[in-house]
Design a protein around this ligand. Structure first.
Ligand SMILES: Cc1ncc(COP(=O)(O)O)c(C=O)c1O
Length: 392
């Protein structure tokens, strides 16, 4: 069955403004059911959690539903879903609870800085996994050398937010586990682009951000509740000491959490299906991935056919994310030119700090990033290619 792109696009009010939204890797647009769920939460009255009255009970239910939804999305356990403002904040919190001076951590230069600096700043000794700057691959073999008996944790991304590279996380995790180390997998860029099974990946911690997959600005880290029981994060004296609540500081954005659940339900229904929500998510996200990669074939072939364009990386397994430069123009100039034509793309390092350093692009303004998500169509791709081709 063809991907129902017209119906999918129609559910996103923002897409009717005429822009080609190729900036999804920095944050997606929001479908109507998510907007409705957030406003319904406010309309019906919400209170803080744990109170004796119905508005408080509604917030209790919103939090529980959100944990169940995120667990379904990534293949985790609802009691292991830690919710917070964004992935970066949660990763800092967890890093402090997991590692410190005297520990060794293995980091990768493929990663967004949110899965790098929180670990370096714990004071742990860092060992680096390098990227092949030509292919954009993160070779697995190097991990056999990098991981040793002193390794506490291996942090690695499930997909690069600029090159789209999907490293072999399962193989890396196997090496980590054999040495008794934990894995912290950054799924922020990967989650919107296909089905996720954190157990199959070997992720002890899997981080994701709802605003990258049609939800509001909320982050989540998912882990086995039994593993979370072993950690003691910084927390206030009176706040809950249970798991996962002990990892959640302050009052949550309850209405937004209702939006997260609506986003997961929306993703589960991108294509018609039956079964549990988890089963429908797997089918729906597989269909979305197929749709994106088919369009991406045209996008990348079109870019590579343009004489002044350099496309960075050629990973074998990737998301539909392209990173490129146009000779004679800065990335910002290209982005401004495209914006003038109604095409949204990002320019810069996009916080892929180590990777743009390895590619030799960090000090020269990075490159242009054009990424596809499930709501993009062929006209978005054509407008990008046409706009780049007509740069003076
Ligand atoms: C791959 C990746 N990891 C981490 C982050 C940080 O996520 P957050 O904005 O939720 O802190 C981003 C944000 O762009 C990202 O693309």
């Amino acid at each position: 069955m063809p991907f129902p792109i017209k119906a999918v696009r129609a559910s996103y009010p923002a897409l009717s403004d005429g822009f080609a939204y190729l900036d999804g890797a920095a944050g997606t647009q929001t479908p109507q059911p998510v907007i409705d769920a957030i406003s319904a939460a406010y309309r019906h009255g919400i209170g803080n959690v744990g109170g004796a009255f119905p508005a408080s009970h509604r917030s209790d239910a919103i939090v529980a539903a959100c944990r169940a939804a995120v667990a379904d999305l990534v293949g985790g356990h609802p009691d292991g879903v830690i919710l917070g403002p964004n992935m970066t904040t949660l990763t800092y919190r967890l890093a402090r609870a997991i590692a410190g001076p005297g520990d060794e951590v293995v980091l990768s230069r493929l990663d967004h800085d949110a899965n790098v600096r929180p670990w370096t700043q714990t004071g742990a000794t860092v060992r680096w996994a390098e990227v092949d700057p030509v292919t954009g691959e993160l070779p697995v073999e190097q991990y056999a050398e990098l991981i040793g008996e002193r390794t506490k944790l291996v942090a690695v991304t499930a997909a690069s937010n600029i090159l789209g590279t999907r490293p072999d996380v399962a193989a890396i995790a196997e090496l980590a586990h054999r040495a008794g180390a934990l894995t912290y997998v950054d799924g922020v860029h990967a989650t919107p682009h296909g089905p996720v099974d954190m157990r199959a990946l070997g992720a002890d911690f899997y981080a994701t951000s709802a605003y990258k997959w049609s939800g509001p600005h909320i982050g989540a880290v998912v882990a086995d509740p039994a593993l979370l029981e072993t950690l003691r994060p910084d927390k206030l004296a009176p706040s809950a000491d249970t798991v996962p609540e002990r990892f959640e500081t302050g009052t949550a954005a309850f209405a937004d959490l209702a939006g997260v659940t609506a986003a997961v339900d929306h993703l589960a229904a991108l294509v018609p299906g039956t079964g549990t929500r988890r089963e429908r998510l797997l089918a729906s996200m597989s269909a979305a991935e197929e749709h994106e990669l088919e369009l991406f074939g045209a996008l990348i072939a079109g870019l590579e056919a343009l004489p002044r364009v350099t496309v960075y990386g050629k990973p074998a397994r990737r998301t539909a994310t392209a990173y490129f430069n146009v000779a004679g123009h800065t990335p910002r100039q290209v982005a401004e030119h495209l914006a003038g034509l109604g095409v949204n793309v990002w320019n810069g390092h996009n916080y892929a700090w180590e990777l743009t350093g390895a590619l030799g692009l960090r000090d020269t303004g990075g490159a242009v990033r054009a990424g596809l998500v499930h709501y993009n169509d062929r006209s978005d791709v054509d407008r990008l290619l046409d706009g780049v081709a007509h740069l003076e």
